[in-house]
Write a protein that binds this ligand. Structure first.
Ligand code: DGY
Length: 316
């Protein structure tokens, strides 16, 4: 096997990097723009595989020998898949291996929001307890109604965990899942109206942009919480801030934002909002497994085969 691989985003655990380096030349994308230009002039046409979470048409044009964009994540909304397909470039992602960690974090966020863990932690850390007495009583998670916006692999893993908390479940997905025992809502507002916790676990697509809008938040109501472990683009962030300001919802727990890593100041100031820096899959174990899937795809394509987890079907 031979070929050149460019790592644009993400960290490759050393064993996976060694595995790739044994067969291919692995380059790191230089940080400085003049170095990037030199890199492209020297290697651009030889790069057969790109490891990235985002790649636009212009990036692809700079790499005319590109055969695969191996997205280092399950969500590939940062990749212009249509442009890749039109150029005969495969796109792969890393499904399945991250389901458990993302679902674990979703439950952690629900618990943190409902039991007000960040505020409670600050209460102890800032030594307010001796002066102010016991922390205010909180809400509880057990028995709450969970509305899953998205019932794919990650949604199902969240539901499995939620059932251990005796939560009642309903979901909205494009189509009802015939095998699912759970109630299907035919739109996001109907789901929000029914549930106590609306958990967003849908892919970011042109159809899902702003799906959680002011009307959905109003339907969720002053006793409801929003949890987002999918993508910031699914939530109208301005509408969310307005809903929190007006007390239209009770709280939120967010792992993803519209303009990462920038989080609006207002969102950072609410005491009833739990914030997490997009770390659904960010455990050592899972990032290693994701990197293995990236490597599997690169080996398959640079050996003349097809990716193991392709998300498109270019004519090659
Ligand atoms: C993904 O893989 O898309 C996740 O958002 C990473 O946490």
């Amino acid at each position: 096997m031979s070929g050149e691989v460019l790592l644009r985003d993400g960290f490759l655990p050393p064993p996976v990097r060694a595995r790739l380096a044994a067969a291919f030349t692995v380059h790191d994308w230089p940080a400085a723009s003049d170095a990037q230009e030199k890199f492209l002039a020297a290697h651009g046409k030889n790069i057969g595989a790109l490891i990235a979470t985002a790649a636009d048409r212009a990036t692809m044009e700079q790499l005319p020998g590109l055969r695969l964009i191996a997205c280092y994540g399950v969500g590939y909304d940062g990749i212009d898949v249509a442009a890749a397909t039109a150029r005969g470039v495969w796109v792969s992602n890393t499904p399945e291996v991250l389901n458990d960690d993302v679902a674990d974090l979703a439950l952690a966020l629900m618990l943190a929001a409902v039991r007000r863990l960040p505020a409670a932690e600050r209460y102890v850390r800032e030594n307010q307890w001796p002066a102010r007495g016991d922390f205010a009583l909180t809400d509880r998670l057990t028995g709450k109604r969970l509305g899953m916006l998205g019932m794919g692999r990650i949604g199902a893993a969240i539901v499995k965990r939620a059932q251990a908390f005796d939560m009642r479940i309903a979901y909205h997905a494009t189509q009802p899942k015939p095998q699912s025992p759970h109630r299907w809502a035919d739109n996001a507002a109907a789901l929000a109206e029914w549930c106590d916790i609306l958990c967003v676990a849908m892919p970011a697509t042109a159809q899902t942009v702003g799906m959680v809008n002011a009307a959905v938040l109003r339907a969720l109501g002053p006793r409801g919480y929003l949890v987002n472990i999918a993508r910031g683009s699914l939530v109208d962030e301005a509408a969310l801030i307005a809903a929190l300001r007006e007390g239209a919802i009770k709280g939120a727990a967010l792992d993803v934002f519209a303009d990462e890593p920038h989080v609006p100041q207002e969102l950072r100031e609410f005491d009833n909002v739990v914030l997490s820096p997009h770390q659904g899959s960010a455990t050592v174990y899972t990032r290693h497994r994701m990197a293995e899937v990236v490597a599997d795809n690169i080996e398959a394509v640079l050996q003349g085969g097809t990716p193991v987890t392709a998300v498109n079907k270019p004519r090659v």
